[in-house]
Each structure stands twice: as C-alpha cells, then as structure tokens.
Design a protein. Structure first.
Lengths: 212, 98
C-alpha cells in the first residue's frame, strides 16, 4: 500500500476546515480567471455592439458543426471529470484512473478539432497578423472579429493544455495510489478548474459561432 | 463542511440536459430569429448550462454558504464590469452637450 495521506496540516482545526480552505482557495483563483476572461468578453461586447454587421459577416467563416461537436466533446469531458471526482470520493482507484484518461482523451479531441479549424483559417487567409487577405466594405470589422476569435479561443485552448498537464500529474499520482476516500483534494480542485474551462467554452460557442 | 457523495445518476441527468440545451441553442440558431432575440435565446441557454455545471459538476449546490459567497462575488463583479462599461458605450452621444 502506498502512502495514505489523511494528515491534517497544523494550521487547520480539523479535516473539514482543511477541505473547505483548499476549495475556497481554488474558487478564489477561478474568480481571477473569471475576471481575466471577463475582460475579453466585455471587449468583445463593446466591439460587437459597434460593428455588428462585420461581426456577423466574420462569424459566417466559422464552421458551426465543428463548434457544436467541440461543445459536445467538452461537455462529455466535464462528465468524465465529475465521475473521476466521484470515483476518488468513494476510493475506486481503477475507475478514477480510467475517468481521468478519458477526460484527457476528450480534451485532446477538442484540441485536435480546434487545431484543424485554425489550419483551415490559415489556408483561407483568414488568420489576422499571420495570413489575412479579405476584401469588402466590412474587411476591418471582419478582421477584428477574427482577432477576438483567435485570442479568446487561443487562451481557452492554452487553459486546456495546462489542464491536460495537470490531469497527467493526477493520473500518475492515482497510479501510485496516493489518493483514497480520505485524501483526494487535488482531484477535487483540478476538477473545478476543468469545469471552469468548460464554462468559458459554453459562452464562447454561441458568441463566436452562432451570431446572425 | 464535509463533502457530499452525489450519486452518478445525477451527473448523467445533468449531462443529458447539457447536451439537450446544446442542441436547442444550435436549433434556435437555424431559426434565423431577429438579432436581439437570437442573442437573448443564446445567452439564456448558455447561462442555464453554466449554472448546471456550477451547481452540480462543481458541487456548489452541496457546498458551504462561504462558497456561495465566493461564486456570487465573482458573478457580481463580472456583472459590474459588463454593465458599467456598456452603460457608457451604449449611451454615448445620447446626452445633449456631452
């Protein structure tokens, strides 16, 4: 049997308080993330209000079926993450590892589809700053929309990549038998992070793909 | 507060609802509603989906009041940022002499 951590750190009164503190710490971090993405969403709203026609025109170039597919993929990965946390809580190591691996697989599928979409935009000369060639009265607004598209989905994808790194660590720790029904806080808080990244996409999908 | 073991059945229900809502928002898009109405429909569905994830997948429904305060504070500040910024941009040029 590998190490079984149930130890109470000296600054806490009891395990319940320790549990609460780690959760609130993660929530505090997620709130800073909310303000970080929130700034982008507000910027998007300001420019969408100012250049609605250009934004509608720009979003025609996004592939709605791929965006919808990715939404389903990410929601599925949230389900497997929730099931992983459940497995950790009831101390089922095999199920925990399988659910974490499944979550990673779905995350990779999401990034694969995203990468294909980026590649497509590059080939259609719709990648502002890299390869952009677009004529028409709304060209500047279309470019602005695509900048928001790349920055927002790019930062979201970066969060996914970080999430995949964190999940890799969780799988290794779970493999070594570190987690038990008594100690599994890392699974819980990384789960919160993964769900948060899912929520960001839940808003990106209608705001970028489904305009007009 | 100690953790509550949520039965996986609940997660499957939430998952099914999330997928249904995704199909709904996709279907609503194909109705080609007027722009403002389409935005309201899309955002209502997105907010409902986010709430389901926060309450069930992130266990806020089963969490302490302090967690609720944290989550509420996040939403409140996001609301401040959005509403105060937009109240400026949307009303520019509507006040005579400014």
């Amino acid at each position: 049997m590998a190490e079984q951590r149930t130890a109470l750190a000296h600054q806490f009164d009891d395990l319940a308080q320790q549990y609460e503190a780690s959760h609130l710490g993660m929530w505090a971090f997620l709130l800073t993330e909310l303000m970080f993405f929130g700034g982008l969403f507000v910027g998007y709203t300001v420019y969408r209000t100012a250049y609605l026609a250009g934004f509608v025109e720009g979003s025609q170039y996004l592939e709605v079926p791929l965006g919808t597919l990715n939404t389903a993929v990410l929601i599925s990965s949230s389900l497997t993450m929730a099931l992983a946390v459940h497995a950790a809580r009831v101390g089922r190591r095999q199920i925990l590892i399988r659910c974490l691996l499944l979550t990673m697989l779905l995350g990779l599928v999401f990034l694969g589809v995203k990468g294909y979409e980026y590649w497509q935009k590059y080939h259609e000369s719709l990648a502002p700053g890299v390869r952009f060639n677009y004529a028409g009265p709304s060209a500047r607004a279309v470019e602005l929309f695509l900048i928001f598209y790349f920055v927002m989905t790019g930062l979201h994808a970066l969060h996914m990549i970080i999430g995949l790194g964190l999940l890799t660590v969780l799988v290794l720790l779970a493999w070594r038998g570190v987690f038990s029904a008594a100690y599994h806080t890392p699974v819980e808080v990384i789960g919160l992070y993964w769900h948060f990244v899912d929520i960001v996409w839940i808003f990106l999908y209608p705001l970028l793909y489904l305009i007009g | 507060m100690a953790e509550t073991i949520v039965p996986p059945r609940t997660y499957y229900w939430v998952y099914g609802t999330l997928l249904t809502l995704t199909l709904l928002t996709w279907g609503a898009f194909h109705l080609r509603l007027p722009h403002a109405l389409a935005l309201i429909v899309a955002l209502t569905i997105a907010i409902s989906k986010a709430l389901l994830v926060v309450l069930f997948f992130m266990h806020v429904r089963y969490s302490s009041w302090l967690t609720w305060v944290f989550v509420g504070a996040g939403m409140a500040w996001l609301g401040h940022m959005l509403i105060l910024t937009m109240s400026d941009y949307v009303t520019r040029g509507t006040v005579p002499g400014w």
